[in-house]
Design a protein around this ligand. Structure first.
Ligand SMILES: [Zn+2]
Length: 221
């Protein structure tokens, strides 16, 4: 497991039980309360990281419902009493091991007590409304794919929508390449150029850098 401090509010932890997945802690520096994004495996290690650093996790945010993003959710939900949030189309993935692909690894996963959020929902900490993320619906890798964006910080957690110099697969249930590319252009590449894009399976990138990729040319507005 690798740990990397993106900045003083964001800790990236890469879990490796399945394919390597970047899990992010997004933490309010003052209160040490915050969110975790895409706890895809290794719940014990993630619990230890949070305990060692004194983090109190109020919400578990999912960029989409694939097994490599959700496999540690139930254990952490119970341990931390945290609310689990995903985009409203996530119900199809949370409740169906064929759609969340966990049936393929022989460990059927079903999530319980999920809060399903609409496009543009703003997620905040209980005692600090300034520590917030906005859900941007970016379907195409899955129907529930989304990014979590903070304009003040200039960061977006983009899951499997955008990778550095690449983008998510579209050959699994609910995937559609045309939808993905057009939604990335509409919702991600319209963010300020310097916005840092933090993905689940690649190095970080920026809006400005991704705008140069050939697959977006002719689509940019
Ligand atoms: Zn995925």
């Amino acid at each position: 497991m690798r740990e990397y401090e993106v900045n003083n509010m964001i800790l990236q932890v890469t879990v490796t039980k399945y394919l390597p997945t970047n899990v992010y802690f997004y933490i309010d520096e003052q209160s040490k309360h915050g969110f975790i994004i895409d706890p895809g495996a290794e719940a014990e290690k993630l619990k230890k990281v949070a305990a060692d650093k004194g983090f109190v996790i109020e919400k578990i945010l999912l960029t989409h419902g694939h097994f490599d993003h959700i496999a540690a959710v139930s254990e952490l939900q119970e341990a931390w009493g945290a609310e689990v949030c995903m985009q409203e189309n996530g119900r199809d993935y949370a409740t169906n091991p064929a759609w969340n692909l966990s049936s393929q690894i022989g460990e059927d996963i079903i999530l319980h007590d999920v809060t399903y959020l609409p496009d543009n929902a703003v997620i905040t900490l209980k005692d600090n409304p300034n520590h917030k993320l906005q859900l941007l619906h970016v379907p195409g890798h899955t129907t529930d794919g989304c990014a979590y964006y903070n304009a003040q910080e200039g960061i977006a957690f983009v899951g499997d929508c955008v990778f550095r110099e690449s983008y998510g697969r579209t050959d699994m249930p609910g995937g559609d390449e045309e939808t993905l590319l057009s939604k990335i252009v509409d919702r991600i590449l319209t963010l300020p150029k310097e916005t840092l894009l933090l993905s689940a399976h690649s190095e970080e990138t920026t809006v400005e850098h991704e705008m140069k990729m050939p697959w977006y040319q002719g689509r940019l507005k």
